[in-house]
Design a protein around this ligand. Structure first.
Ligand code: HMG
Ligand code: MG
Length: 298
């Protein structure tokens, strides 16, 4: 059976924008986050405190976090690959910090310049500091269904990293399809295996839509008990370290499906459509969201 309610984590301001070549001003990012806050999301990934040499677009994260109008109860998350990132996130008053590794060794090297085991060692201090300061801790696992550099990734490899993230004290763990190659039965197999290691209520599905499978994968995940999903307004994005990767599943499409299924999200679809049109205009292109464009055209 399907859940009555799901949590949608809006990752557009981070995962969506991080891959944009043209610099987007902090003002525009702030306006986007504010619009998303008003639309009713309870969790927005707003910043990334990574090396600006690696991901220049996220260099304004401190300004963005300082400029947004926060709503009580909303969790504003930030990526933190190491203690330097954590310290910035703490100063910026992030509510949740995200440590990120991979189920694939090859991808870990390309994305965070270390092995999976080394990343976990690096995260120990971040995890301890997050606990000490009362911040939520989320772990994200890339390439859970396939890797652009090493190809196949087994469900057991994903479960191994889930155990490591769990033992670091993560409150939530993302199973991420970085390159969008997962298909529904494969996704169910992975979700069911990782649920043996970590409570399914705290597992989220982070699906990029490169091969058009994301909505089907969300539905398949719900069938096996997953109720947290990441999506990106206007379908923005891609990962700078996964060539050819496209954006996350579009939030508007996910919300349209949830509405039709009678599943509560607490998010106002029309306001998300407006936010999607706003940011797409700034980027000078059409939104990728099918539902968003259909609604906007009405
Ligand atoms: P490194 O070069 O091995 O690290 O990078 P380092 O410690 O030797 O530092 C090198 C330089 O970066 C130094 O500066 C540091 O100060 C600076 P320099 O002395 O050369 O001037 N530096 C930092 N600056 C600001 N903030 C920091 C920071 N850390 C170091 N936190 C590192 C290692 C992890 C830092 C680097 O590889 C990096 O920043 N990687 C980030 C990659 C990234 O952001 N990828 C995209 C996000 S993950 C993603 O999109 C996947 C996800 O969506 C799930 C999915 O779909 O799969 C989450
Ligand atoms: Mg991603």
């Amino acid at each position: 059976s399907l859940p009555k309610q799901v949590k949608i984590v809006e990752v557009g301001p981070r995962d969506g924008l991080q891959n944009e070549k043209e610099t987007i001003s902090a003002e525009v990012k702030i306006e986007l986050v504010n619009r998303l806050t008003n639309a009713g999301f309870v969790n927005i990934e707003a910043a990334s405190f990574v090396s600006p040499k690696w991901v220049p677009q996220m260099a304004t994260s401190t300004e963005v976090m300082a400029g947004i109008t926060r709503k009580a109860g909303v969790i504003y998350s930030a990526l933190t690959p190491n203690m330097k990132g954590f310290e910035s996130a703490l100063l910026a008053s992030a509510d949740e910090v995200v440590i990120f590794s991979s189920a694939s060794e090859a991808f870990a090297q390309k994305n965070i310049n270390c092995s999976i085991a080394e990343s976990i060692e690096r995260f120990r201090d971040v995890a301890a500091a997050a606990k000490q300061h009362g911040l939520r801790l989320r772990g994200s696992i890339s390439c859970a269904f396939g890797c652009p550099y090493q190809g196949e990734v087994t469900p057991e490899q994903v479960a191994d990293v889930v155990k490591l993230m769990r033992d670091l004290g993560c409150d939530e763990i993302d199973i991420a399809d970085t390159i969008g190659v997962g298909t529904p039965r494969h996704v169910q197999t992975v979700m069911q295996l990782v649920a043996q290691e970590f409570p399914i209520a705290q597992i989220s599905g982070h699906f990029h839509d490169t091969y058009g499978q994301a909505l089907a994968n969300i539905y398949a995940s719900m069938e096996v008990g997953v109720s947290i999903f990441h999506s990106s307004v206007a379908g923005l994005g891609g990962c700078p370290y996964a060539k050819g990767a496209t954006g996350n599943v579009a939030t508007e499409d996910v919300l349209f499906m949830m509405q039709g299924l009678g599943i509560h999200t607490g998010v106002d679809l029309n306001q998300v459509v407006d936010a999607g049109q706003f940011i797409s205009q700034h980027l000078g292109r059409k939104a990728v969201s099918r539902a968003g464009n259909a609604i906007a055209a009405k």
